[in-house]
Ligand binder design. Structure first.
Ligand SMILES: Nc1ncnc2c1ncn2[C@@H]1O[C@H](COP(=O)(O)OP(=O)(O)O)[C@@H](O)[C@H]1O
Ligand SMILES: [Mg+2]
Length: 415
Protein backbone atom coordinates (compact mmCIF):
# COMPACT_ATOMS: atom_id res chain seq x y z
CA UNK A 1 0.00 0.00 0.00
CA UNK A 2 1.34 3.44 -0.72
CA UNK A 3 0.74 6.81 0.77
CA UNK A 4 1.85 6.48 4.37
CA UNK A 5 4.31 9.02 5.67
CA UNK A 6 8.02 8.27 6.12
CA UNK A 7 7.95 9.28 9.77
CA UNK A 8 5.50 6.50 10.55
CA UNK A 9 7.20 3.97 8.35
CA UNK A 10 10.07 3.96 10.81
CA UNK A 11 7.93 3.20 13.81
CA UNK A 12 8.26 -0.42 14.95
CA UNK A 13 5.29 -2.58 13.99
CA UNK A 14 3.87 -0.25 11.34
CA UNK A 15 5.57 -2.06 8.48
CA UNK A 16 4.02 -5.27 9.70
CA UNK A 17 0.64 -3.57 10.04
CA UNK A 18 0.93 -2.26 6.52
CA UNK A 19 1.64 -5.74 5.31
CA UNK A 20 -1.40 -7.01 7.10
CA UNK A 21 -3.56 -4.15 5.81
CA UNK A 22 -2.33 -4.83 2.32
CA UNK A 23 -3.36 -8.45 2.74
CA UNK A 24 -6.73 -7.42 4.23
CA UNK A 25 -7.31 -5.04 1.31
CA UNK A 26 -6.64 -7.80 -1.19
CA UNK A 27 -8.62 -10.45 0.66
CA UNK A 28 -11.69 -8.29 1.31
CA UNK A 29 -14.85 -9.60 -0.27
CA UNK A 30 -15.99 -6.03 -0.65
CA UNK A 31 -14.93 -4.45 -3.94
CA UNK A 32 -12.61 -1.59 -2.89
CA UNK A 33 -10.96 0.99 -5.15
CA UNK A 34 -8.55 3.63 -3.89
CA UNK A 35 -8.18 6.86 -5.89
CA UNK A 36 -5.95 9.89 -5.60
CA UNK A 37 -7.23 13.44 -5.18
CA UNK A 38 -7.72 13.77 -8.94
CA UNK A 39 -9.84 10.61 -8.94
CA UNK A 40 -7.19 8.55 -10.66
CA UNK A 41 -7.45 4.94 -9.50
CA UNK A 42 -4.42 3.87 -7.52
CA UNK A 43 -5.47 0.46 -6.36
CA UNK A 44 -8.35 -1.95 -6.90
CA UNK A 45 -8.62 -5.24 -5.08
CA UNK A 46 -9.47 -8.60 -6.66
CA UNK A 47 -13.12 -8.32 -5.60
CA UNK A 48 -13.38 -5.02 -7.48
CA UNK A 49 -11.94 -6.63 -10.60
CA UNK A 50 -14.33 -9.58 -10.32
CA UNK A 51 -17.33 -7.33 -9.64
CA UNK A 52 -16.52 -5.13 -12.65
CA UNK A 53 -16.27 -8.21 -14.85
CA UNK A 54 -19.74 -9.32 -13.73
CA UNK A 55 -21.42 -5.91 -13.76
CA UNK A 56 -19.81 -4.68 -16.96
CA UNK A 57 -18.61 -7.65 -18.99
CA UNK A 58 -15.26 -6.90 -20.65
CA UNK A 59 -14.59 -3.84 -18.49
CA UNK A 60 -12.26 -3.16 -15.58
CA UNK A 61 -12.89 -1.61 -12.16
CA UNK A 62 -12.31 1.93 -13.53
CA UNK A 63 -15.55 1.62 -15.45
CA UNK A 64 -17.42 0.98 -12.19
CA UNK A 65 -16.60 4.57 -11.25
CA UNK A 66 -18.22 5.77 -14.46
CA UNK A 67 -21.53 4.52 -13.07
CA UNK A 68 -21.50 7.15 -10.32
CA UNK A 69 -23.88 10.08 -10.84
CA UNK A 70 -22.26 13.43 -11.59
CA UNK A 71 -22.91 14.96 -8.17
CA UNK A 72 -21.57 12.02 -6.16
CA UNK A 73 -17.98 13.29 -6.07
CA UNK A 74 -19.05 16.81 -5.21
CA UNK A 75 -21.25 15.53 -2.43
CA UNK A 76 -18.45 13.33 -1.09
CA UNK A 77 -16.05 16.28 -1.19
CA UNK A 78 -18.47 18.51 0.73
CA UNK A 79 -19.71 16.07 3.33
CA UNK A 80 -16.97 13.43 3.30
CA UNK A 81 -19.26 10.69 2.08
CA UNK A 82 -21.71 9.76 -0.65
CA UNK A 83 -23.74 6.56 -0.78
CA UNK A 84 -26.31 5.38 -3.24
CA UNK A 85 -27.48 2.66 -5.58
CA UNK A 86 -26.71 2.53 -9.29
CA UNK A 87 -27.78 0.10 -11.99
CA UNK A 88 -25.23 -1.26 -14.44
CA UNK A 89 -26.06 -1.96 -18.11
CA UNK A 90 -26.18 -5.67 -17.22
CA UNK A 91 -29.08 -4.92 -14.85
CA UNK A 92 -26.96 -5.54 -11.78
CA UNK A 93 -27.79 -3.13 -8.94
CA UNK A 94 -24.72 -1.85 -7.07
CA UNK A 95 -24.57 -0.06 -3.77
CA UNK A 96 -21.62 2.32 -3.91
CA UNK A 97 -20.06 4.30 -1.06
CA UNK A 98 -17.57 7.06 -1.82
CA UNK A 99 -15.42 8.25 1.08
CA UNK A 100 -13.40 11.42 0.82
CA UNK A 101 -10.46 12.10 3.04
CA UNK A 102 -6.94 13.28 3.44
CA UNK A 103 -4.09 11.06 4.39
CA UNK A 104 -0.78 12.67 5.29
CA UNK A 105 -1.90 15.88 3.60
CA UNK A 106 -2.86 14.16 0.38
CA UNK A 107 -6.45 13.86 -0.88
CA UNK A 108 -7.75 10.34 -1.25
CA UNK A 109 -11.01 8.77 -2.38
CA UNK A 110 -12.10 5.32 -1.31
CA UNK A 111 -14.87 3.66 -3.28
CA UNK A 112 -16.58 0.52 -1.97
CA UNK A 113 -19.04 -1.34 -4.19
CA UNK A 114 -21.42 -4.15 -3.41
CA UNK A 115 -23.77 -6.12 -5.63
CA UNK A 116 -27.18 -5.71 -3.94
CA UNK A 117 -29.31 -7.17 -6.74
CA UNK A 118 -30.02 -10.25 -4.65
CA UNK A 119 -30.74 -8.29 -1.54
CA UNK A 120 -33.07 -5.95 -3.42
CA UNK A 121 -34.77 -8.89 -5.08
CA UNK A 122 -35.17 -10.44 -1.62
CA UNK A 123 -36.59 -7.21 -0.30
CA UNK A 124 -38.98 -6.93 -3.23
CA UNK A 125 -40.08 -10.50 -2.63
CA UNK A 126 -40.55 -9.75 1.06
CA UNK A 127 -42.58 -6.65 0.19
CA UNK A 128 -44.69 -8.68 -2.25
CA UNK A 129 -45.43 -11.29 0.40
CA UNK A 130 -46.17 -8.60 2.93
CA UNK A 131 -48.66 -7.02 0.50
CA UNK A 132 -50.22 -10.43 -0.14
CA UNK A 133 -50.55 -11.06 3.59
CA UNK A 134 -52.09 -7.67 4.13
CA UNK A 135 -54.61 -8.30 1.34
CA UNK A 136 -55.42 -11.71 2.85
CA UNK A 137 -55.84 -10.06 6.25
CA UNK A 138 -58.28 -7.53 4.78
CA UNK A 139 -60.23 -10.32 3.10
CA UNK A 140 -60.34 -12.27 6.37
CA UNK A 141 -61.51 -9.24 8.31
CA UNK A 142 -64.30 -8.82 5.75
CA UNK A 143 -65.21 -12.49 6.03
CA UNK A 144 -65.24 -12.30 9.80
CA UNK A 145 -67.58 -9.33 9.62
CA UNK A 146 -69.89 -11.36 7.38
CA UNK A 147 -69.70 -14.33 9.73
CA UNK A 148 -70.60 -12.10 12.64
CA UNK A 149 -73.59 -10.81 10.78
CA UNK A 150 -74.75 -14.22 9.61
CA UNK A 151 -74.54 -15.69 13.11
CA UNK A 152 -76.58 -12.72 14.28
CA UNK A 153 -79.14 -13.40 11.58
CA UNK A 154 -79.10 -17.12 12.42
CA UNK A 155 -79.93 -16.33 16.03
CA UNK A 156 -82.69 -14.00 14.89
CA UNK A 157 -83.94 -16.88 12.75
CA UNK A 158 -83.82 -19.15 15.78
CA UNK A 159 -85.75 -16.56 17.75
CA UNK A 160 -88.10 -15.45 14.99
CA UNK A 161 -91.02 -17.64 16.02
CA UNK A 162 -90.70 -16.49 19.62
CA UNK A 163 -90.34 -12.85 18.68
CA UNK A 164 -93.36 -13.12 16.36
CA UNK A 165 -95.31 -14.57 19.27
CA UNK A 166 -94.11 -11.82 21.58
CA UNK A 167 -95.36 -9.25 19.08
CA UNK A 168 -98.60 -11.08 18.24
CA UNK A 169 -99.68 -11.42 21.80
CA UNK A 170 -100.01 -7.71 22.61
CA UNK A 171 -101.32 -6.98 19.13
CA UNK A 172 -104.01 -9.63 19.80
CA UNK A 173 -105.27 -8.04 22.98
CA UNK A 174 -104.96 -4.50 21.67
CA UNK A 175 -107.16 -5.62 18.78
CA UNK A 176 -109.70 -7.20 21.09
CA UNK A 177 -109.62 -4.12 23.36
CA UNK A 178 -110.40 -1.92 20.38
CA UNK A 179 -113.52 -4.04 19.74
CA UNK A 180 -114.63 -3.58 23.36
CA UNK A 181 -113.84 0.14 23.26
CA UNK A 182 -116.05 0.44 20.18
CA UNK A 183 -118.94 -1.15 22.11
CA UNK A 184 -118.36 1.15 25.09
CA UNK A 185 -118.35 4.21 22.89
CA UNK A 186 -121.62 3.04 21.32
CA UNK A 187 -123.16 2.82 24.81
CA UNK A 188 -121.80 6.22 25.81
CA UNK A 189 -123.20 7.80 22.64
CA UNK A 190 -126.59 6.18 23.36
CA UNK A 191 -126.59 7.68 26.87
CA UNK A 192 -125.61 11.13 25.55
CA UNK A 193 -128.48 10.92 23.07
CA UNK A 194 -130.92 9.93 25.84
CA UNK A 195 -129.74 12.84 28.00
CA UNK A 196 -130.07 15.29 25.08
CA UNK A 197 -133.65 14.15 24.54
CA UNK A 198 -134.43 14.59 28.25
CA UNK A 199 -132.91 18.09 28.27
CA UNK A 200 -135.02 19.14 25.30
CA UNK A 201 -138.27 17.68 26.81
CA UNK A 202 -140.86 20.24 28.13
CA UNK A 203 -140.23 18.97 31.65
CA UNK A 204 -136.62 17.71 31.93
CA UNK A 205 -137.03 16.75 35.59
CA UNK A 206 -139.79 14.30 34.67
CA UNK A 207 -137.47 12.62 32.14
CA UNK A 208 -134.76 11.97 34.72
CA UNK A 209 -135.89 8.48 35.84
CA UNK A 210 -135.90 7.40 32.16
CA UNK A 211 -132.28 8.57 31.81
CA UNK A 212 -131.30 6.70 34.99
CA UNK A 213 -132.93 3.52 33.74
CA UNK A 214 -131.11 3.82 30.41
CA UNK A 215 -127.82 4.39 32.26
CA UNK A 216 -128.33 1.19 34.27
CA UNK A 217 -129.29 -0.77 31.18
CA UNK A 218 -126.16 0.34 29.36
CA UNK A 219 -123.99 -0.62 32.37
CA UNK A 220 -122.35 2.80 32.24
CA UNK A 221 -120.78 2.48 35.71
CA UNK A 222 -118.94 -0.64 34.67
CA UNK A 223 -117.85 0.99 31.41
CA UNK A 224 -116.47 4.03 33.23
CA UNK A 225 -114.42 1.78 35.47
CA UNK A 226 -113.18 -0.51 32.70
CA UNK A 227 -112.42 2.04 30.01
CA UNK A 228 -109.26 3.58 31.53
CA UNK A 229 -107.94 0.07 32.27
CA UNK A 230 -108.49 -1.01 28.66
CA UNK A 231 -106.75 2.08 27.39
CA UNK A 232 -103.79 1.62 29.73
CA UNK A 233 -103.48 -2.05 28.78
CA UNK A 234 -103.60 -1.24 25.06
CA UNK A 235 -101.02 1.47 25.41
CA UNK A 236 -98.76 -0.96 27.30
CA UNK A 237 -99.22 -3.54 24.53
CA UNK A 238 -98.25 -1.07 21.84
CA UNK A 239 -95.25 0.06 23.89
CA UNK A 240 -94.15 -3.55 24.29
CA UNK A 241 -94.30 -4.13 20.52
CA UNK A 242 -92.41 -0.91 19.91
CA UNK A 243 -89.75 -1.99 22.40
CA UNK A 244 -89.31 -5.43 20.84
CA UNK A 245 -89.04 -3.98 17.34
CA UNK A 246 -86.55 -1.40 18.64
CA UNK A 247 -84.47 -4.13 20.35
CA UNK A 248 -84.50 -6.23 17.19
CA UNK A 249 -83.43 -3.25 15.15
CA UNK A 250 -80.60 -2.55 17.57
CA UNK A 251 -79.59 -6.19 17.58
CA UNK A 252 -79.36 -6.45 13.80
CA UNK A 253 -77.56 -3.11 13.51
CA UNK A 254 -74.08 -3.32 11.95
CA UNK A 255 -72.00 -0.75 13.76
CA UNK A 256 -68.98 -1.07 11.49
CA UNK A 257 -66.49 1.72 12.12
CA UNK A 258 -68.49 3.31 14.95
CA UNK A 259 -66.35 4.35 17.91
CA UNK A 260 -66.91 2.54 21.23
CA UNK A 261 -69.14 4.57 23.53
CA UNK A 262 -69.74 4.54 27.29
CA UNK A 263 -72.81 2.30 27.47
CA UNK A 264 -75.35 1.01 29.95
CA UNK A 265 -74.84 -2.78 30.12
CA UNK A 266 -78.03 -3.26 32.16
CA UNK A 267 -79.99 -1.68 29.32
CA UNK A 268 -78.25 -4.07 26.89
CA UNK A 269 -79.04 -7.05 29.12
CA UNK A 270 -82.71 -6.06 29.45
CA UNK A 271 -83.16 -5.54 25.73
CA UNK A 272 -81.52 -8.88 24.86
CA UNK A 273 -83.69 -10.57 27.45
CA UNK A 274 -86.67 -9.04 25.65
CA UNK A 275 -85.61 -10.68 22.39
CA UNK A 276 -85.09 -14.16 23.87
CA UNK A 277 -87.88 -13.89 26.41
CA UNK A 278 -90.46 -15.94 24.55
CA UNK A 279 -88.03 -18.83 24.20
CA UNK A 280 -87.37 -18.78 27.91
CA UNK A 281 -90.54 -17.80 29.68
CA UNK A 282 -92.33 -21.16 29.63
CA UNK A 283 -89.51 -23.20 31.12
CA UNK A 284 -87.16 -20.81 32.83
CA UNK A 285 -87.41 -18.70 35.93
CA UNK A 286 -85.09 -15.72 35.58
CA UNK A 287 -83.49 -14.29 38.70
CA UNK A 288 -81.71 -10.96 38.57
CA UNK A 289 -79.01 -9.86 40.96
CA UNK A 290 -77.91 -6.61 39.43
CA UNK A 291 -75.15 -4.64 41.12
CA UNK A 292 -74.01 -1.11 40.41
CA UNK A 293 -72.50 -0.73 36.94
CA UNK A 294 -70.67 2.29 35.60
CA UNK A 295 -71.07 3.12 31.92
CA UNK A 296 -68.75 0.74 30.07
CA UNK A 297 -66.89 1.78 26.93
CA UNK A 298 -68.01 -0.67 24.23
CA UNK A 299 -69.93 -1.38 21.07
CA UNK A 300 -73.19 -2.15 22.86
CA UNK A 301 -74.80 -3.84 19.84
CA UNK A 302 -71.88 -6.31 19.78
CA UNK A 303 -72.06 -6.93 23.53
CA UNK A 304 -75.81 -7.53 23.07
CA UNK A 305 -74.94 -10.14 20.46
CA UNK A 306 -72.72 -11.90 23.01
CA UNK A 307 -75.48 -11.79 25.63
CA UNK A 308 -78.06 -13.15 23.18
CA UNK A 309 -75.73 -16.08 22.36
CA UNK A 310 -75.17 -16.81 26.06
CA UNK A 311 -78.88 -16.54 26.89
CA UNK A 312 -79.88 -18.79 23.98
CA UNK A 313 -77.27 -21.35 25.04
CA UNK A 314 -78.48 -21.19 28.65
CA UNK A 315 -82.09 -21.69 27.52
CA UNK A 316 -81.13 -24.55 25.22
CA UNK A 317 -79.20 -26.25 28.03
CA UNK A 318 -82.37 -26.44 30.12
CA UNK A 319 -84.61 -29.28 29.02
CA UNK A 320 -87.74 -29.03 31.11
CA UNK A 321 -87.73 -26.43 33.81
CA UNK A 322 -84.87 -24.50 35.28
CA UNK A 323 -83.40 -21.24 36.43
CA UNK A 324 -81.19 -18.64 34.84
CA UNK A 325 -79.49 -16.28 37.24
CA UNK A 326 -78.30 -12.98 35.79
CA UNK A 327 -75.82 -11.07 37.93
CA UNK A 328 -73.73 -7.97 37.35
CA UNK A 329 -71.09 -6.07 39.20
CA UNK A 330 -67.97 -3.96 38.89
CA UNK A 331 -64.62 -3.90 40.62
CA UNK A 332 -61.02 -2.89 39.91
CA UNK A 333 -61.90 -0.99 36.74
CA UNK A 334 -63.78 -3.97 35.31
CA UNK A 335 -67.48 -4.63 34.87
CA UNK A 336 -68.89 -8.16 34.70
CA UNK A 337 -72.10 -9.89 33.71
CA UNK A 338 -72.67 -13.50 34.61
CA UNK A 339 -75.30 -15.83 33.19
CA UNK A 340 -75.72 -19.00 35.21
CA UNK A 341 -78.07 -21.76 34.12
CA UNK A 342 -79.27 -24.91 35.88
CA UNK A 343 -78.95 -26.81 32.59
CA UNK A 344 -77.20 -29.94 31.41
CA UNK A 345 -73.63 -28.67 31.96
CA UNK A 346 -70.61 -29.16 29.71
CA UNK A 347 -68.55 -32.39 29.83
CA UNK A 348 -64.89 -31.80 30.77
CA UNK A 349 -63.66 -33.08 27.40
CA UNK A 350 -65.87 -30.59 25.52
CA UNK A 351 -64.97 -27.59 27.67
CA UNK A 352 -61.70 -26.72 25.88
CA UNK A 353 -63.49 -26.76 22.52
CA UNK A 354 -66.64 -24.75 23.12
CA UNK A 355 -65.08 -21.53 21.77
CA UNK A 356 -63.85 -23.27 18.58
CA UNK A 357 -65.71 -22.16 15.47
CA UNK A 358 -68.26 -24.80 14.37
CA UNK A 359 -67.99 -26.82 17.58
CA UNK A 360 -71.53 -27.75 18.46
CA UNK A 361 -73.26 -30.55 20.31
CA UNK A 362 -76.64 -29.55 18.89
CA UNK A 363 -78.56 -30.83 15.89
CA UNK A 364 -78.58 -28.82 12.65
CA UNK A 365 -81.04 -25.95 12.89
CA UNK A 366 -80.51 -25.51 16.62
CA UNK A 367 -76.77 -24.89 16.64
CA UNK A 368 -74.24 -23.35 14.25
CA UNK A 369 -71.28 -23.72 16.60
CA UNK A 370 -70.45 -20.07 15.99
CA UNK A 371 -72.14 -18.36 18.93
CA UNK A 372 -69.30 -18.70 21.42
CA UNK A 373 -66.54 -18.33 18.79
CA UNK A 374 -67.96 -14.97 17.79
CA UNK A 375 -68.64 -14.01 21.40
CA UNK A 376 -64.98 -14.74 22.14
CA UNK A 377 -63.72 -12.57 19.31
CA UNK A 378 -66.04 -9.69 20.24
CA UNK A 379 -64.95 -9.78 23.88
CA UNK A 380 -61.24 -10.05 22.92
CA UNK A 381 -61.65 -7.01 20.70
CA UNK A 382 -62.96 -5.21 23.79
CA UNK A 383 -59.87 -6.34 25.77
CA UNK A 384 -62.10 -8.38 28.04
CA UNK A 385 -62.48 -12.10 28.76
CA UNK A 386 -65.11 -14.81 29.13
CA UNK A 387 -64.81 -17.18 32.07
CA UNK A 388 -66.68 -20.48 32.17
CA UNK A 389 -67.37 -22.95 34.91
CA UNK A 390 -69.62 -25.92 34.42
CA UNK A 391 -70.65 -29.17 36.00
CA UNK A 392 -72.52 -31.87 34.15
CA UNK A 393 -76.06 -32.24 35.52
CA UNK A 394 -75.76 -29.09 37.65
CA UNK A 395 -75.34 -26.21 35.23
CA UNK A 396 -72.96 -23.71 33.66
CA UNK A 397 -71.91 -20.17 34.43
CA UNK A 398 -70.54 -17.83 31.77
CA UNK A 399 -69.01 -14.59 33.01
CA UNK A 400 -68.17 -11.76 30.65
CA UNK A 401 -65.61 -9.33 32.06
CA UNK A 402 -64.95 -5.99 30.34
CA UNK A 403 -62.64 -3.10 31.19
CA UNK A 404 -64.74 -0.04 32.04
CA UNK A 405 -62.39 2.10 29.96
CA UNK A 406 -60.65 0.69 26.90
CA UNK A 407 -56.83 0.71 27.11
CA UNK A 408 -55.02 3.14 24.81
CA UNK A 409 -53.31 1.62 21.75
CA UNK A 410 -49.94 1.58 23.58
CA UNK A 411 -51.32 -0.05 26.72
CA UNK A 412 -53.16 -2.68 24.66
CA UNK A 413 -49.90 -3.62 22.88
CA UNK A 414 -48.04 -3.95 26.16
CA UNK A 415 -50.63 -6.44 27.46
N1 LIG B 1 -74.86 -22.89 28.82
C1 LIG B 1 -74.42 -24.00 28.24
N2 LIG B 1 -74.71 -25.22 28.77
C2 LIG B 1 -74.26 -26.35 28.19
N3 LIG B 1 -73.49 -26.40 27.08
C3 LIG B 1 -73.16 -25.22 26.51
C4 LIG B 1 -73.61 -23.99 27.05
N4 LIG B 1 -73.11 -23.01 26.27
C5 LIG B 1 -72.40 -23.62 25.30
N5 LIG B 1 -72.44 -24.94 25.43
C6 LIG B 1 -71.76 -25.93 24.57
O1 LIG B 1 -70.90 -25.25 23.69
C7 LIG B 1 -71.22 -25.54 22.35
C8 LIG B 1 -70.90 -24.35 21.46
O2 LIG B 1 -71.75 -23.28 21.73
P1 LIG B 1 -72.03 -22.21 20.61
O3 LIG B 1 -70.71 -21.73 20.11
O4 LIG B 1 -72.99 -21.22 21.12
O5 LIG B 1 -72.66 -23.04 19.43
P2 LIG B 1 -74.12 -23.67 19.32
O6 LIG B 1 -74.94 -23.12 20.43
O7 LIG B 1 -74.59 -23.22 17.99
O8 LIG B 1 -73.91 -25.13 19.41
C9 LIG B 1 -72.68 -25.92 22.38
O9 LIG B 1 -73.03 -26.75 21.30
C10 LIG B 1 -72.76 -26.68 23.71
O10 LIG B 1 -72.25 -27.99 23.58
MG1 LIG C 1 -75.10 -21.04 20.72
Amino acid sequence: MSGHGNDRQDAPGIAQACGDLDWAFRASENAVILLDGDRRPLLANASAVALAARALPGEGPDELLALLPADAWEHARDSGRWAGEVTAASGMVLEIVVRNGRHDGIDRHLVICEDVSQRNAGQAELQRRHDELQAAHHRLAGTQEQLLQSEKMASIGLLAAGVAHEINNPIGYVHSNLGTLQEYIGALFALIECQDEALQAPDPAAALPGVRAQRDRLDIDFILGDLPKLLAESREGIERVTKIVQDLKEFSYVGRGDPMRPSDLHKGLESTLNIVWNDLKYKVRVEKHYGELPLVECHLSEINQVLVSLLINAGQAIDNRGTIVLATGAEDGEAWISIADSGCGIPAEALPRIFDPFFTSKPIGRGTGLGLAIAYSIISKHHGRIEVSSEVGVGSTFRVVLPVVQPTAGEAQAQ
